[in-house]
Design a protein around this ligand. Structure first.
Ligand SMILES: NC(=O)c1ccc[n+]([C@@H]2O[C@H](COP(=O)([O-])OP(=O)(O)OC[C@H]3O[C@@H](n4cnc5c(N)ncnc54)[C@H](O)[C@@H]3O)[C@@H](O)[C@H]2O)c1
Length: 274
């Protein structure tokens, strides 16, 4: 898809994108790079990060694949030093690492009483701790640039808890809460030097949820059909749909905006179903 031509004024800035080897994180990283942002792709699987980095470089952009687990403070500190050395001090942190886990999901034949509490803990940790920790580690660099922006990736599951995904919905609701909490805290301590906002995607067909939403032939599963019936704009999202919300939240266009969670959901969150 041809990229947007918005002049966001972000050229020359450095961004850290956690989960940058993933579908949505990778797409947003490539979008930032097309605007002249130097992008550090942070994640556990270097080969996936390198694939995205290669695409960015092939398009004339600048990217570095940086291995780190978002749940490991020591690895994040090492990553912070590596980003500073290879690209410079980051002004943008996009917390896109996250996702659901099977054991924290109630299957149709199960009840809540079958929930595996260790898996519940793991999914909450990945999405919540995995947002808090990178923000603690990279936050001081963001503040030091004078125009730092944290953008967290929440989910529509935070606003309207979805059936079955109990751990994920709780975790993303906590991410929304943390976004607002930190926005206030940062504004009081650092003024406009670090703003904190979130994007709340609706339903995007990605590797994690493809089998949940679509059949082998691409037609919607019953759950996918239900999602579409509750999405007034009548389709699943494309990763590109997130790009301009990201531009807005990272750029000086939103200099008076902090503590907001922006739904990009085709109207799902606004629709009562009736
Ligand atoms: N796909 C959707 O419809 C959808 C909807 C709402 C929100 N989201 C959120 O968007 C974000 C990206 O999702 P996606 O669909 O692109 O999934 P994805 O699986 O393609 O990307 C997630 C990335 O996070 C990385 N990751 C996982 N655990 C990590 C860890 N401990 N340390 C570092 N990296 C780790 C994975 O390796 C992967 O590259 C997630 O936070 C997800 O919850 C997705």
């Amino acid at each position: 898809m041809a990229d947007e031509t918005i002049n966001s004024g972000l050229a020359g800035r450095v961004a850290v994108v956690t989960g940058g080897g993933g579908v949505l994180g990778g797409s947003m990283a490539e979008h930032l790079a097309r605007q002249g942002v130097k992008v550090a792709l942070l994640g556990r699987t270097v080969s996936r990060l390198e694939t995205v980095a290669a695409r960015i470089r092939a398009a004339g952009g600048e990217a570095a694949a940086v291995a780190a687990d978002v749940l490991d403070p020591a690895a994040l500190e090492t990553a912070r030093a590596e980003v500073a050395e290879r690209l410079g001090r980051p002004a943008i942190l996009l917390n896109a690492a996250g996702g659901n886990m099977p054991g924290a999901t109630i299957m149709p034949e199960q009840t809540f009483f079958d929930l595996q509490i260790d898996d519940f803990d793991r999914v909450v940790s990945l999405n919540l701790r995995g947002t808090v920790l990178p923000t603690q580690v990279f936050g001081p660099d963001l503040v030091a640039t004078g125009h730092g922006c944290v953008v967290n990736v929440s989910s529509m599951a935070a606003r309207r808890p979805l059936t079955r995904v109990v751990g994920y919905a709780a975790a993303k609701a906590a991410v929304d809460n943390f976004t607002c909490w930190l926005a206030v805290e940062a504004a009081k301590k650092f003024g406009s030097r670090m703003r904190v906002n979130a994007i709340q995607p609706g339903f995007f067909v990605t590797e994690q949820n493809r089998r949940l939403l679509t059949e082998e032939d691409g037609s919607p599963t019953p759950r996918g059909r239900s999602v579409l019936d509750h999405t007034p704009l009548g389709r699943f999202g494309n990763p590109e749909d997130l790009h301009t919300a990201l531009d807005f939240l990272c750029s000086d266009a939103s200099s008076f905006v902090t503590g907001v969670v922006v739904p990009v959901d085709g109207g799902f969150g606004a629709f009562s179903g009736v």
